[in-house]
Design a protein around this ligand. Structure first.
Ligand code: GNR
Ligand code: NI
Length: 167
């Protein structure tokens, strides 16, 4: 097991588009284990491979309070979405800043598990927020991209300020 380094904005590598996973081997299983370890240690409720500088379509999440709901999505694609919700989001790549983001309320996703087995799942509410946030990362997109330019520049200034304080 190993803790991985999480890239922080404005690292340009966060803008990389992930490639499909084609090999479902022991190395992939190890990466998934390391991503869970890194996510739980952060602590966070989701982690996209992009954030640990691995540009493959792989994400992990667990929104439970007791690490009881680990989910791995490989080569996930959105099949259906409906409704809308506004949820206050944070991101491990933007430590200490939060903003309301509007997203679909419900999403249906087709993905593969760590063995390459295809499955579909449907989630709504906070879990749907997390899936969409992580799928964005795999496309090189981050949560502040959803905000107005004014809101975004205010938040990025705040991020800068926080960094200077902790430096
Ligand atoms: O830990 C995280 N919390 C969170 C809260 C609200 C909406 C989305 C998230 S995901 C985030 C971890 C992260 O940055 N994943 O990419
Ligand atoms: Ni994030």
């Amino acid at each position: 097991m190993a803790l991985l380094t999480i890239l922080e904005f404005p690292d340009p590598r966060l803008r990389t588009k992930a490639q499909p996973v084609t090999v479902f081997d022991a190395e992939l299983k190890q990466l998934v284990a390391d991503m869970f370890e890194t996510m739980y240690a952060a602590p966070g409720v989701g982690l996209a491979a992009t954030q640990v500088n691995v540009h493959r379509q792989l994400l992990v999440m667990d929104m439970s309070e007791d690490k009881s709901d680990p989910r791995v999505l490989i080569n996930a694609r959105l099949v259906e979405k409906s409704g809308e919700q506004i949820f206050q989001e944070g991101c491990l790549s933007f430590p200490g800043i939060y903003a309301d983001v509007e997203r679909a309320l419900r999403v249906k996703v087709a993905a593969q598990d760590v063995a390459g087995q295809p499955f579909e799942f449907e989630v709504e509410g906070p879990l749907a927020v997390c899936v969409q946030h992580e799928m964005d990362h795999l496309q090189g997109k981050v949560f502040v991209d959803h905000l107005s330019p004014l809101k975004r520049s205010m938040l990025l200034k705040k991020l800068d300020k926080k960094r200077k304080q902790s430096a």
